[in-house]
Design a protein. Sequence first.
Length: 628
Amino acid sequence: MNKTSLHTSSVIAQLQRQELLLRMEYEYEKETFKQQTEAMGIGRKIKRGMCWYPLSVGRSYYNSLNQLVVEVERREDKDIEHVFEFGRPVCFFTQDASERLHYFNFTATVNYVDEDRMVVILPGTNALMDIQNADRLGVQLYFDETSYRLMFEALSQVIKAKGNRLAELRDIFHGTQKTSTYSFGFTRFPWLNPTQEEAVNKVMHAKDVAIVHGPPGTGKTTTLVEAIYETLHRENQVLVCAQSNMAVDWISEKLVDRGVPVLRIGNPTRVNDKMLSFTYERRFESHPDYPQLWSIRKAIRELYGKSRKGAERENIRQKINSLKDRATELEIRINEALFSEARVIACTLVSSANRVLMGMKFGTLFIDEAAQALEAACWIAIRKADRVVLAGDHCQLPPTIKCIEAMRGGLDETLMQKIVHNKPEAVSLLKIQYRMNDEIMRFSSDWFYHGELRSAPEVKYRSILDFDTPMVWVNTEGLECNEEFVGESFGRINKQEATLCIEELKNYINKIGKERLLEERIDFGVISPYKAQVQYLRQLIKKDAFFKPFRHLMTINTVDGFQGQERDVILISLVRANEDGQIGFLNDLRRMNVAITRARMKLIILGDASTLTKHPFYKKLFEFIKGI
């Protein structure tokens, strides 16, 4: 066996291991879902945001893509944040008098959702009748079989690839095959800083792969938008993907602001007219041929509803077939028009397998937030591309993995991490940050980025109050702040620490002055790694009249909920307090990197130092803050 085939077989062995680990995650998640569905009470499902009950059913209609949809709205518990989003499968149920749940035997798909209203795609008219005739109706998230199926299909295709571009990219990303570059000159971008300029040039010169490594506040999106814009001087159309709908929306919006025609496959999470105007659905129904297509589809549905006998049946069948041909013709025409106008096709990694993108190929694929995506999900989109640009930060949030064994086996090691390790020459680190006071930035820079980050002059000394200390650790040791366990995925709560956190928040608001705070719109974030603590903090703030004038300037969420965001003032409640120095979830230091780098001007950490400083990271952080 020669060197090349030995190398390829070791790459394939790595991918087969990925497949095995993904299978473990799939089985685990499926089993967990089954147990939750059967054993978990409806109240807990509602609290976790995975269920709405009771529902009121609104209008039903055929949408522009000829899918039967129904609108539903939740009537209670409207302040609980939910986890429904576009593309996720859901199931409907009713509750009987003895409070037992009865599930309908069909699944549906979320087409659009905001705080309290959802539009759901149904499999057919029978499903609609079931919903419309039901009393005490509810809806909950269903196990997402489709995403897994697409990931398995993509991995299988990559493993089998031979003698084509996919096989080459596989071998470059995973091993010793070298990356190649174009040799044209360096382009200047005076509006970018030197490291951003270098990153855009590296993207332009890469034939196979480039990585934009963007630590917090370093302008990763700005750099990526510039790289896409420049690529469009050389290519007619590019594919832009991300793991989450929110990340796709963010990059799409920035591209639209830059004047780039974007076609967004799937519905946005933050729904406003600007965002909706570049979605595939909205564009489809705005096309001049659409009214004609709508009339034909309506005629087909009416013909299906007619009673048929003998010759009449044959006549109706012929009419339907001829109308269907005409409808297909129009659909193709509209699609061709939409895709020929767009320079950027934007969607999630999973949505890149959408039927409307079937058979399409792209010169370049950009994957944003690549450090949060499973490797298998990246391959779904990579199959459509000749070269790949990944942007993100593997020192921030990792992909969400529920099976501990699969995680320990390495499922959480992303494609981006592997390429950073195998192909350091393809990586550009952005080094100038525009978000934080220098003191807040420095700890993160030293621990995660080899001390390479620098603060832009305009943010270096930013603060709200004169002579303020930018970072404070409120040590809860000896203050009767005790953690309690509140069930599997909610983890822990520390009520005394939450109360103390609210007091600290009040004190700081009083120091700033209420009028100044409102006038300058100084905003606050309260973060805890634990969902139970987040919900408890939300309750405390909601009940307290003191916060009423400022609630619109406050966000209380988990670390994951704060990804990509920033606030003037951040408070972090670390919750853990025990004699054994057990910190569980807090061992994932990438999460803490996200938490501490959300703050622009002031960071207040609350935690039991005797518990936390048994870990070297928290010991160093505690000492660093004490030394400021």
